[in-house]
Ligand binder design. Structure first.
Ligand code: CP3
Length: 340
């Protein structure tokens, strides 16, 4: 088993820099697009053999150092019966968005064995297939990012409904965050029990908050998630985008790795995070649409800026874009592996 990724999560010395990519399984891959001709993404997620097959594709095609479970951040909400769909080119759309305290009170708890058996079966298959290859990363969205979909009902750029709910309906907001926190802890614990070897918490949209609002409305809940998982013996990764303004608070949770986007350099980010934690990131995914010589220059800049090599995991600052050439991702992986 290639433990380079896990070692880097624990800030141990590795012989090369481990690489994986957010959204490494997805529509930029012809194998995935072929499957999507006959299956929706939710079909794939609910069919363990297919979900496992999709998660394995990047391991075989790209040569990455970790696999990530194929699911969506909406999976635990589907598990508790929230009526939603993942609409092509839009993303998650919720039939009845949350608007009142009563809506929050109606959210029930998750029973993984009954509510998401397919996900646990996918992990079982993947563990068998990955045995001598690479570790498997499990994941969940963080409470703020999940709440934003539940309240907005669909992807948004400005988070007006979410933040208004947070500011004006604070009692309901706190209850929502508590319920999502418990849901996420149960969800991630079930993934570890089934065999995932690392966990990433995606707080993709939390960068829309000021640092003081983050501290007041979000951090205590996210912190509780990391504290609850600290004894599971798997490295914990905290991912966000646009977090430059709140990075020290964002990094203050008991996680092993902080994942940052391209808006702030690794040098500055790592200094703020603290060198006892590992760091993951941070190439702009848009760069993968350019000539390889340009990509190389940016990768070189990242490597030249690293204050140390232990505890660095190469990734993009956000997910692989749909129009990315697979060949570019293969070359990038090789190039990062070739660097010391
Ligand atoms: O390879 C992997 O990274 C694992 C699979 C994965 C998916 N979604 C599959 C997926 C992961 C880790 C996610 C997480 C996810 N989903 C996040 C957090 C990461 C991030 O990007 O910030 C978010 C915000 C979502 C919600 C979501 N689901 C969006 C915004 C979209 C894109 C909509 C579109 O069509 O452009 C989805 C759909 C989705 N989830 C796709 C995939 C491969 C693409 C659509 C499809 O295949 O039907």
């Amino acid at each position: 088993m290639n433990t380079t990724f896990l070692d880097a999560c624990h800030s141990k010395t590795t012989t090369y820099t481990p690489v994986w990519y957010m959204r490494q399984a997805g529509r930029y891959m012809p194998q995935y697009r072929k499957l999507k001709e006959t299956h929706t993404i939710l079909d794939i997620i609910r069919t363990p053999e297919l979900a496992a097959q999709v998660a394995l594709q990047p391991v075989d095609v790209l040569g990455v150092d970790a696999a990530i479970l194929f699911a969506d951040i909406m999976t635990p909400l589907i598990g508790i019966g929230v009526d939603l769909d993942i609409v092509e080119s839009i993303g998650p759309v919720i039939a009845h968005p949350i608007a009142t305290l009563k809506d929050v009170e109606k959210l029930r708890t998750l029973e993984p064995l009954e509510d998401i058996p397919y996900l646990l079966q996918t992990i079982t298959i993947l563990k068998k297939e990955l045995k001598e290859k690479v570790p498997l990363i499990g994941f969940s969205a963080a409470p703020f990012t999940l709440a934003s979909y539940l309240i907005e009902g669909k992807p948004t750029r400005d988070f007006i409904k979410t933040k208004s709910f947070m500011y004006t309906n604070t009692k309901a907001w706190n209850l929502l965050m508590e319920k999502l926190t418990n849901l996420i802890i149960v969800y991630l614990t079930s993934q570890v029990a089934s065999g995932v070897e690392a966990l990433q918490l995606f707080d993709s949209w939390v960068g829309s908050l000021s640092e003081s609002d983050y501290q007041q409305y979000v951090l205590p809940h996210t912190k509780k998630i990391f504290e609850s998982l600290a004894n599971k013996n798997v490295p914990l990764i905290h991912f966000g985008t646009n977090t430059a303004g709140l990075l020290s608070s964002f990094a203050s949770v008991p996680c092993n790795v902080v994942s940052v986007d391209w808006r702030m350099s690794i040098t500055k980010s790592w200094k703020e995070i603290g060198y006892t934690k590992a760091i993951q990131g941070n190439l702009d995914p848009v760069l993968l649409l350019s000539d390889f010589s340009v990509i190389k220059k940016h990768v070189d800049t990242i490597f030249a800026s690293l204050p140390k090599k232990e505890g660095y995991i190469f990734n993009l600052g956000h997910g692989v874009l749909q129009t990315t050439p697979v060949e570019t991702v293969i070359r990038l992986t090789e190039y990062v592996h070739s660097k010391r």
